[in-house]
Ligand binder design. Structure first.
Ligand code: SF4
Length: 295
């Protein structure tokens, strides 16, 4: 990178191009000439949201023309501005999401809904599955459409359809484990901490009615004495995916703390990225509720 204010992206990465070339508003070309130069402008969190295992692997894929910079949804704002990729990034992500959703719907349409109901802990009537998510009913029709009386967020549609496809039906064992101890949890754990546990703790710290709200609105159940926490509740984001949230209040010089636990069967009933996704969506919902209704 050799310019401070490139405004216009004029050349997308092309397969086997070898060099990522961009042009600033003065017409000066910027060349990212190797994977390390691309790597330097990435967030380097290895979060895998680009569906590549590490930022370095992503940089290499961009360099080879297999991925585009905008496939990383976490580029810093100044980098986005620098490469003017924000609109392209949004469009690319939307297209990818749409494609993935269509594929999921096609696969769900091939599932025999009637015989899947028991496995999913769901109801079945009128050709539709009824799946409880946080105490609310979500119906899945024979074409894989998700319908509900409440707003159907994007973060809930994909996990519900994935659940229909991947849930083994294994009942909960009652053994709670932190997210990082799930079989595939370790590599997702930093992101889970940052996007789920930390913001949820911040809501709990500032809105003491959070847990009361969870019990009333989301059909949570108190879980007294869980891990010696001060407050604990069990929620069901999906029927066979119980989640335990434990909160420890600040004590003297000790800061407050919050952890989210899952039953150790969790990954047998939902794949790890959907476990992350539904929890992150839940946390965003709690943050919004906290802001708009001052719990
Ligand atoms: S999405 Fe971005 S930050 Fe996350 S692994 Fe991919 S390149 Fe790195």
């Amino acid at each position: 990178m050799r310019s401070a204010r490139p405004e216009e992206r004029t050349e997308a990465t092309t397969p086997n191009a070898g060099i990522v070339s961009l042009k600033d508003e003065t017409g000066k070309m910027i060349h990212l000439e190797n994977a390390m130069e691309i790597f330097k402008i990435l967030p380097r969190t290895n979060c895998r949201d680009c569906r590549v295992p590490t930022c370095l692997a992503f940089a290499a894929a961009v360099f080879k023309g297999e991925k585009k910079l905008e496939n990383c949804p976490h580029l810093e704002k100044d980098v986005l501005r620098m490469f003017n990729v924000q609109n392209a990034q949004s469009r690319t992500l939307e297209r990818e999401e749409e494609r993935a959703l269509k594929q999921l719907k096609r696969e769900v349409a091939n599932v025999d809904h009637a015989s899947a109901a028991e496995r999913l802990g769901a109801g079945f009537s009128g050709g539709m599955l009824t799946i409880k998510c946080l105490g609310k009913d979500f119906r899945v029709d024979s074409q894989g459409n998700v319908i509900s009386d409440v707003h159907v967020h994007g973060w809930i549609t994909v996990p519900i359809l994935t659940y229909v496809l991947s849930c083994s039906g294994k009942p909960a064992s009652g053994n709670w484990v932190p997210f990082r101890e799930l079989k595939n949890g370790a590599s997702w754990a930093p992101l889970f901490g940052r996007r789920c546990e930390t913001p949820l703790k911040q809501v709990a710290d500032t809105h003491t009615d959070l847990f009361e709200h969870m019990i009333q609105v989301f059909n949570a159940k108190p879980a007294p004495n869980a891990f010696d926490s001060d407050i604990a509740v069990v929620l069901h984001p999906l029927p066979r995916l119980p989640m335990l949230i434990c909160y420890w209040k600040p004590d003297g010089s000790m800061e407050s703390s919050l952890n989210v636990f899952f039953d150790d069967t969790a990954e047998e009933n939902l794949v790890i990225d959907s476990i992350y996704r539904i929890t992150a969506g839940l946390v965003i919902m709690f943050e919004k509720i906290a802001i708009t209704h001052d719990l």
